[in-house]
Ligand binder design. Structure first.
Ligand code: NDP
Length: 327
């Protein structure tokens, strides 16, 4: 038996609770992992509270990422004792995930834990931080350089935002952080933001084009925020869009794209091909200060996950939440 969070749905009743689960119930897979750490991502909070249609099969163990030690493996790349890491691939949505002491997984989904990180540090980065790095890599791939001007990061005190601010600043970019939590200005400055703007400046409907301000952007919000960012990009600026914290819609015009040559680059971490994942984790190992990571991550035990999910969706949590599943 092992402890884990289980989401169940019976008739109209949707609920998450901590359960003792029989190992025989673990889903199919060629690698069994003793999970040491998982995290609470935005998507996990939607799954646990039932506020988003994340879970595709019931009962479900949530947790879209995990770090741990291989217990058994018939996969050629892994043997018992290996430290491994997993992000995405529908884990915690359609296949039992990381918010439990054990997981059985497809070995092709795993990557070796980079030696620079402990499992807890890797989970302080988690899917949010790895997505932030995918955004940075997309900015680089589209040719955005520090000398081109300011990079805007929305949801800056959240998981994706915090890591994006820290990495971009370390790479020499001038980072303008957008936040609804002005009380966290010192935190954002410490991560490397040069300027902090109120989220309200971006959240109302705006004009098709505004003053050209940003060379690049990392947006976790969507909705009017994303539309206003596109409208205020510099000529040939690049916007990476990865989130929907402000909404799923995109109430924009084509003006920024056809008049300023703006690029809108979509970022998906879930089905991201393995070489790109390995590159992102390798770059995190070199381009994210561990001291700053220490500021970004806080740790809870499995018992605190369900109450924290509500808080995360209410914007009451700063940075990343690491879950020690054995605590
Ligand atoms: P967090 O909850 O940690 O951070 C989200 C942040 O967004 C909040 O902290 C807040 O930051 C800001 N925010 C909240 N509400 C609004 C709003 N109405 N308008 C503008 N900003 C808002 O989540 P994550 O950082 O983990 O994830 C951010 C988004 O990215 C989510 O939508 C998530 O689903 C998505 N995501 C997508 C991935 C992908 O593969 N595409 C992978 C990982 C995440 P502040 O208070 O500083 O403004």
């Amino acid at each position: 038996m092992f402890r884990g969070i289980l989401i169940e749905k019976n008739d109209d009743q949707y609920g998450a609770s901590i359960k003792e689960i029989d190992e025989a119930q673990l889903p199919e897979g060629d690698v069994k992992v003793q999970v040491t750490h998982s995290t609470l991502n935005y998507k996990d909070a939607l799954a646990i509270t039932g506020k988003g249609a994340v879970v595709r099969k019931f009962p479900m163990v949530p947790g879209i990422d995990l770090a741990g030690v291989v217990e058994e493996s018939s996969h050629p790349d892994y043997k018992a004792g290996d430290n491994v890491l997993l992000n995405g691939w529908g884990v915690g949505e359609g296949h039992w995930g990381g918010l439990a002491q054990k997981a059985r997984l497809n070995g092709d989904w795993l990557i070796p834990l980079p030696e620079q990180f402990t499992p807890a540090q890797a989970m302080a980065i988690g899917t949010a931080g790895y997505t932030a790095m995918l955004c940075v890599l997309a900015l680089e791939r589209h040719g955005v350089k520090p000398s081109d001007g300011d990079i805007l990061v929305t949801g800056a005190t959240g998981g994706v935002g915090s890591v994006a601010v820290a990495v971009l600043a370390k790479l020499g970019y001038s980072v303008v952080a957008v936040t609804g939590r002005s009380q966290d200005s010192v935190y954002l400055k410490h991560l490397g933001a040069t300027e902090i703007l109120d989220r309200l400046e971006f959240s109302q409907p705006g004009k098709p084009l505004g003053k050209a301000r940003w060379a690049g952007a990392v947006d976790v919000a969507g909705g009017h925020v994303l539309a206003n960012i596109c409208a205020t990009m510099k000529y040939r600026g690049v916007v990476t869009a990865c989130g929907l914290a402000a909404g799923m819609e995109f109430p924009a015009t084509v003006a920024p794209f056809i008049l300023r040559g703006v690029t809108l680059a979509g970022i998906d971490s879930v089905m991201c091909p393995r070489p790109d994942r390995l590159e992102a984790w390798q770059r995190l190992a070199t381009d994210l200060d561990l001291e700053k990571l220490g500021q970004i991550g806080s740790e809870i035990g499995l018992d605190e996950v369900i109450s924290s999910a509500e808080k995360l969706l209410n914007g009451e949590i700063r940075g990343r939440v690491v879950v020690d599943v054995n605590r």
